[in-house]
Design a protein around this ligand. Structure first.
Ligand code: FAD
Length: 494
């Protein structure tokens, strides 16, 4: 733990602190902009919490991405005369001590940050706020992770929407009518010259962690410099958004934006995404909404929906099912099957290809997240929390609200979820969304020689014996009936 940064020269003016968390960007960062607008010299800080990351199964890939991104931001901040301290504490409980220490050390009169929506983070912030107020220091927490703040899109009864479509309609009305402001990427930041002593290197090197004390995995597939991220967004809006609706379900096609890792760590904001889309294709929300760009916008709104839900219902931060009756479902506890699913060895080619894509890259296509989650919860009757945790450990874009939302949707335990009696058939899904087996062959090279006709169910091929690939671990028809029966029973018992 490293909570006592030492400044070798004595500061004489007040500073303000911007505490970076899931908002690792310099452009369009509300807390940073507000800190700069205070007129006082700004210091930025990031606190790494390895113990906390282990406890919440944050993937080594995401931590690697964060570390690489911080190096970029450090330079960007330096260019506008803001020094960045990279500190480390075990977990959230030391955040208060670290912030208070930094405030004392650097004569900080106010702390700025952007709100986080999970329960633990909210508790941590409350503790820090109280400690700061007790020392007559200001605490300014802004809404920034979503384009519209949680609590601002509610029913006439002031309740959070439980169903997505009416939520999206209300969200859209509000966004377009009242709040939408195009975002420019160059912020109007004023260099704070008074930080020159800190920028000149007068900070004890011990308070700038070079590498996190965490088991990391390579994230180099994802560039972290500003230009590359903005270019990916722009390129998607200009060349792919129009076709999104037709292409987004086919994993062999590069038809989605692949921006989720950046949105998860805040290297990109939802506002920036929506702004780029609406500046490129402004008509997409006005004409018939059945168009690719609007469907993409709706996906960004799903992210808002799940984050607003997380903010409004602390059960979602605490591993609880949204639909209480589903706590009565009697899950099967078959660790051999779970292991086969994790390793991409279930004998269902598209499920296995997806799980290997996840293991190799840390990212998985959305259609495949739905198929693999449905397979785990319905075909294997395994508790959704086991899958949620595994995804979190693997995903580079792991984000509590969307991951929990996606898992509870697939497991039929969430709000506005897939009804429990509608069970994906993994073979039919494979035939529909990877018709020629292109994606399957990319990730399962052992199936390269299997003829197209059998690629979705290779065990039916007469040459299967020559292929090093498992037989299906379950019988889909039987498991579908059993899953429906178990959910029905759970509902009756509730
Ligand atoms: P695009 O299709 O280009 O969509 C643009 C952005 O919209 C995404 O980057 C993402 O921020 C948001 N988005 C898209 N679909 C969804 C959705 N269904 N729910 C919420 N936001 C969405 N997304 C995460 O960011 N982190 C997760 O941990 C995560 N876990 C998931 C787990 C399951 C079981 C399921 C079914 C979905 C999960 N998703 C998660 C949602 C979705 O699969 C990913 O956001 C998407 O695949 C990312 O790829 P993309 O950036 O190309 O998305």
């Amino acid at each position: 733990m490293n909570i006592e940064p030492q400044l070798s020269t004595t500061t004489t003016v007040d500073h303000v602190l911007v505490w970076l968390r899931a908002d690792l960007r310099v452009s369009d960062n509300t807390a940073l902009n507000r800190a700069i607008a205070s007129g006082l010299p700004v210091i930025a800080a990031y606190i790494a919490t390895p113990m906390q990351w282990y406890q919440h199964y944050v993937s080594g890939r995401q931590i690697d991405l964060i570390e690489r991104r911080l190096h970029v931001i450090k330079q960007q901040l330096h260019d506008i005369s803001i020094p960045l301290l990279i500190l480390e504490g075990d977990d959230f409980s030391v955040a208060t001590d670290i912030i208070i220490n930094v405030c004392q050390q650097y004569q900080i009169s106010a702390v700025y940050c952007n709100r986080q929506h999970a329960w633990n983070e909210k508790q941590r912030d409350r503790a820090v706020e109280q400690a700061l107020l007790a020392q007559d220091k200001q605490w300014h927490c802004s809404d920034d992770f979503c384009a519209l703040p949680p609590g601002s899109v509610v029913t006439k009864q002031q309740q959070m929407y439980k169903v997505f479509t009416p939520y999206r309609n209300a969200w859209l009305t509000q966004f377009l009518m009242h709040n939408y402001q195009p975002v420019t990427n160059s912020d109007t930041v004023t260099p704070s010259a008074q930080c020159a002593d800190l920028l000149a290197g007068n900070i004890d090197a011990s308070c700038n962690i070079q590498t996190f004390n965490y088991t990391k995995q390579d994230s180099v597939l994802w560039p972290v410099d500003e230009g590359a991220i903005q270019q990916r967004l722009q390129m998607f809006c200009e060349t792919k958004a129009e076709y999104y609706q037709q292409q987004r379900d086919f994993p062999a096609i590069d038809g989605t934006s692949c921006l989720s890792p950046y949105l998860a760590i805040g290297a990109l904001s939802a506002r920036q995404c929506l702004s780029a889309l609406l500046q490129t294709l402004p008509q997409c929300v006005e004409i018939n909404k059945d168009n690719g760009a609007f469907v993409w916008l709706s996906e960004v709104v799903w992210r808002e929906f799940y984050n607003h839900l997380l903010d409004s219902d602390e059960r979602l931060s605490k591993n609880q099912s949204f639909q209480l009756y589903t706590d009565n479902v009697r899950w099967l506890e078959n660790s051999v099957h779970v292991h086969a699913w994790q390793q991409g060895q279930t004998g269902f080619p598209l499920v296995d290809a997806a799980m290997r894509q996840l293991a190799t890259t840390g990212w998985m296509h959305n259609r495949l997240r739905m198929i693999t989650a449905s397979f785990l919860t319905k075909d294997m009757l395994c508790d959704w929390r086991i899958g949620e945790q595994w995804f979190m450990q693997q995903l580079i874009d792991g984000e509590l609200a969307s991951n929990n939302g996606g898992w509870q949707w697939a497991a039929s335990t969430g709000t506005d979820a897939q009804p429990y009696f509608r069970v994906f058939n993994p073979t039919t899904q494979s035939e529909r969304f990877d018709p020629n087996g292109e994606f399957i062959r990319q990730w399962l090279p052992e199936l390269k020689s299997v003829p197209d006709k059998y690629i979705h169910a290779p065990s039916l091929w007469s040459g299967f014996g020559s292929v090093n690939y498992p037989l299906p671990i379950v019988d889909h028809k039987q498991m579908r009936l059993l899953a429906i029966e178990r959910y029905k029973q759970a509902k009756t018992e509730y």
